[in-house]
Design a protein around this ligand. Sequence first.
Ligand SMILES: C[S@@+](CC[C@H](N)C(=O)[O-])C[C@H]1O[C@@H](n2cnc3c(N)ncnc32)[C@H](O)[C@@H]1O
Length: 275
Amino acid sequence: MAGSEIKEAVRSKYGEAAKKVADGGTPGCCGVGHQCCDPVSGNLYDAAEKSILPAEAVTASLGCGNPTALAKLQPGEIVLDLGSGGGIDVLLSARRVAPNGKAYGLDMTDEMLSLARENQRKAGVENVEFLKGEIENIPLPENSVDVVISNCVINLSADKDRVLREAFRVLRPGGRFAVSDVVVRGAVPADIRRSVELWVGCVAGAMEEAEYREKLSAAGFAEIEIEPTRVYTIDDARQFLTAEGIDVDAVAPQVEGKFASAFIRASKPAGAVKG
Ligand SMILES: C[S@@+](CC[C@H](N)C(=O)[O-])C[C@H]1O[C@@H](n2cnc3c(N)ncnc32)[C@H](O)[C@@H]1O
């Protein structure tokens, strides 16, 4: 698929997911419509976090981590969430950076933006702004953000180098990149890798850990750390892979422990002058 086709597939998939939540349903997030998100998106937020959010913001959660819990947000900071979906991480960030800080959510899908704005209204949180746009072309000026967060979105992009360069550009010198994403750990045969990625929902493909580090470094980032937060087992994906016609037990050694959600940290060096 070309980059523009990938983007349209992503937009259509998440537009449908948002409509389902707005109509009182659940998003249904796997590539072929299986209800198999739980090992990836289930139980990411604790009860205290969920209790301060509208139910639809929790239901719409399609992430694979909890970046706001790990990002060490401080009052007064400006936060940007790349691919903010129903807005769960934006609303949680806004509380953490209040009273003088602000949280931006950026998403390209109209239905997700509507859902997020409605969730903001229900939550009664004011220091939030949802922006329409693409993470490959962030509609904010350079050096304007303290922390870039994101939850399971960068793997969807066909141009990850550009996303990371844009994140670097909008961060102020000393700013932090604090992102949850799916990573591949080591070599996995291409066809099996693609099937597992479809199970997780990685439309454009997840990056291998070393590749993530290289791309962050090429974008200008320093202090890069990748910490697995949830490592998937073959049983997590068994139902989906079986339906795809894959002999799960035969491929188990090549899949077990090779796919993980991870928390990825990096910083824009304090002396960076480039935008
Ligand atoms: C897997 S969902 C994650 C949503 C949210 N981060 C969460 O944790 O619930 C992916 C979201 O990213 C958005 N998205 C995907 N690719 C994007 C892009 N290139 N530019 C802007 N938004 C994008 C989709 O519209 C969708 O809302």
